[in-house]
Design a protein around this ligand. Structure first.
Ligand code: NAG
Ligand code: NAG
Ligand code: NAG
Ligand code: NAG
Length: 643
């Protein structure tokens, strides 16, 4: 039934008075398009692998060789259906939208048999106008997911008629799928060196109907700058309102922020048809404490309440966000033969100690699990980290993730979700990316913890060092590169953030030097500039002298094996766990990886003979301590630090 609900999306609280919101989360009906599997229960938010496991169609996909034996799953089309009831009261509103906070990825959406919309980007919030399509009483909503692996293959085929954009398929060792660079879906869902191929489909975030006459607040984008002359912080806020089909009745927005001992309130008129309403709020420096990274002080946050009202208070929409007062700078001054590359927070140079964060879970719906997210961030905090890099092959993480980072003082290096590939730059693709940048930058850029945005993971290096053998056509791919990361992503990013937030086109890059060299530097791994990623499987990692001393090391990669108890969740056969067994070899996606682990161990340790009952555990243990960087969690974290 419809009620005037208060729905909470992590820390963002959106209360609607005289507006309505109807959640469509919960149990849906699930089948495949041929009805081979039918009358299954689909959970929303959720995903197909979780649903097939809970309906006992699949066993534990994380055991055995299930990444191979479930390859039929993403080749089917899956249909989620829900019946729901609507009252006359809801139909009274002039604007009625069906909202999907996350559709993974290619869906046709039908309401009462009529197609009302389509999706093609996992990282976009979709809004479908359903004002004249709902009826009083029962309505049927159907979300029909296409096979992502077939769509990406079709797109690659179409692309190849002009030219092939590599890599087409991952190495065989990945047991993965092809052409993930054609689509806007978690890139690691088609397999990575660290993870399995589970290309999920599903409604992975909340779905609901919103109804209003005037408008609702969609986003509150804000940042702080200092005005030293007047001893105040300047809090800049942009409020994005949902467009109304009729006119947005002029109304007002009230901003109020609670400081240490007082509150500041400011009211701004909303001119008719406004979509963005801006406010500048001055906060006396003495009224707030600074926000500091972990290890440097407290992480005070102040509640900013944004209240939109129209038609003499008949319609009210409220969003609450938290403000941390801090200045983050990326310092790139001439030094030695290059430029420095380090962060200052509140004028204090900060030595970054951190990790790379791959998705919280390989199944995106499970990556929303608050307990898991909290454990991850608490572990980072308790080991004295002050930065995490949200790596570009995964997902833009949940609001809860960034909320905790704000609370714990963990700075975030935020990649855009492009990794280890060349990407298209045709209009269709760029328009799709723009929707993603629009939504994610508005959602994320206000978080106090986010220090920097980077356009991609390793794609500048891939192009310059010719990982995909396209040297003959370098200019073609370089133009694609600049069109995507600079003309599209960077430009839109700067429009939304008013150039007040830090952006680098790639990680690693030479920072300012990369820009000076037209965004594909002559040597993106130059240690005199920017950041580097360090991988070396040949030299002894226990010898600290082998490590480069760059300006900033944003990623190190060395493999170790998972703990025995983790392995035993994947097989109950102990003999499977010998490092060169068929099973461990299947799980090792990095080509030659097991040999490299053994070589790394043999440089410093003496393994017992393979017949010794301690052999398996010794290999695991030595693989985990064979690192100069200490604690290393095999599939979760790649260690990085600022040297
Ligand atoms: C919304 O607009 C409709 C049609 O103009 C009107 O009947 C209804 O009372 C309005 N609802 C609210 C809550 O103002
Ligand atoms: C949904 O409604 C349709 C049409 O009325 C009906 O055939 C179907 O059984 C309903 N499904 C559920 C789960 O109630
Ligand atoms: C790349 O170069 C080859 C050989 O010169 C040519 O056949 C191919 O069409 C080119 N591809 C692109 C993307 O221009
Ligand atoms: C256990 O694993 C070993 C090595 O992978 C294999 O040879 C053997 O057949 C397996 N035993 C069972 C009962 O599955």
């Amino acid at each position: 039934m419809i009620s005037c609900v208060l729905f909470v999306i992590f820390s963002f609280i959106n209360t609607l008075y005289a507006q309505q919101s109807l959640s469509l989360n919960g149990k849906w009906e699930l089948r495949d398009s041929k009805s081979t599997y039918k009358n299954l229960i689909g959970n929303v938010p959720g995903g197909i692998y979780s649903d097939l496991m809970s309906n006992k169609v699949l066993g534990d996909i994380f055991s055995g060789y299930m990444d191979d034996t479930t390859k039929w799953v993403p080749r089917q089309e899956w249909i989620y259906t829900k019946n729901f009831t609507v009252t006359e009261e809801l139909l009274n509103f002039e604007n009625i939208n069906l909202m999907f906070d996350g559709l993974d990825t290619f869906a046709d959406v039908y309401l009462n048999g009529e197609r009302i919309g389509q999706s093609r980007n996992m990282f976009v919030q979709y809004t479908f106008d359903i004002a004249h399509k709902l009826k009083v009483g029962e309505n049927i909503l159907k979300v029909h997911f296409k096979s992502p692996v077939k769509v990406s293959e079709d797109l690659a085929e179409k692309q190849s008629q002009s030219y092939v954009i590599p890599p087409v398929c991952p190495p065989n060792e990945y047991h993965g799928e092809c052409s993930v660079n054609m689509i806007r879906k978690m890139q690691a869902s088609y397999a990575w060196d660290w993870g399995p191929s589970f290309p999920s489909v599903g409604i992975w975030k909340a779905v609901y109907i919103e109804a209003f006459n005037c408008s609702v607040i969609r986003h509150v984008v804000k940042d702080v700058v200092e005005d030293d002359k007047n001893d105040v912080w300047i809090l800049n806020v942009d409020v994005y309102l949902a467009p109304s089909k009729t006119t947005i009745a002029s109304g007002k927005i009230e901003f109020s922020i609670k400081l240490n001992n007082e509150a500041i309130t400011k009211v701004v008129d909303v001119p008719e048809n406004s979509i963005v309403v801006s406010a500048v709020i001055e906060v006396p420096k003495g009224s707030v404490h600074h926000w500091w990274p972990n290890g440097y002080g407290a992480h005070d946050l102040y509640l900013l309440k944004v209240r939109y009202s129209a038609e003499n208070e008949r319609e009210v929409s409220i969003k609450e966000v938290r403000v941390g007062f801090r200045i983050v700078e990326l310092v790139q001054d001439p030094v030695g033969n290059g430029y420095s590359f380090y962060f200052k927070v509140n004028d204090v140079p900060i030595f970054m100690k951190g990790s790379n964060e791959i998705p919280v879970d390989i199944l995106p719906e499970r990556g929303q699990d608050k307990k898991k997210i909290r454990t991850l961030l608490e572990t980072a905090r308790d080991t004295h980290m002050n930065m995490l890099r949200v790596w570009g092959g995964g997902v833009y993480e949940s609001d809860y993730f960034y909320d905790l980072a704000d609370e714990m003082g963990i700075l975030i290096w935020q990649d855009f979700m492009f990794a280890c590939a060349l990407y298209p730059s045709n209009n269709d693709f760029l328009e799709n990316v723009l929707d993603e940048v629009d939504y994610q930058v508005k959602r994320l850029s206000g978080y106090t913890s986010i220090a920097l945005f980077a356009g991609n993971n390793e794609n500048e290096g891939a192009l310059r060092d010719d990982w995909y053998h396209v040297r003959q056509n370098f200019t073609v791919f370089k133009n694609d590169y600049v069109k995507l990361y600079v003309d599209t992503i960077k430009n839109r990013f700067e429009e939304i953030t008013h150039k007040r937030r830090i952006f680098v086109a790639s990680s690693p890059s030479n920072g300012k030097k990369t820009e000076q060299e037209g965004y594909v530097s002559n040597n993106p791994y130059d240690q005199q500039y920017g950041d580097v990623h360090y991988y070396n499987y040949v030299l002894n990692p226990l010898n600290a002298n082998i490590l480069p001393i760059p300006r900033f090391a944003s990623e190190y990669g060395l493999q170790s094996l998972p703990a025995l108890e983790t392995w035993l969740t994947a097989t109950s056969n102990y003999s499977d766990l010998f490092i060169n067994s068929e099973f461990v070899t299947h799980r090792q996606h990095h080509p030659l990886g097991n040999g490299e682990i053994l070589a790394m161990i043999n440089r410093e340790f003496h393994l017992p003979h393979a017949t010794d009952q301690r052999y398996v555990e010794s290999v695991i243990y030595f693989s985990q301590i064979s690192l100069v960087n200490g604690k290393f969690c095999s599939t979760m974290l790649k260690v990085f630090s600022h040297l």
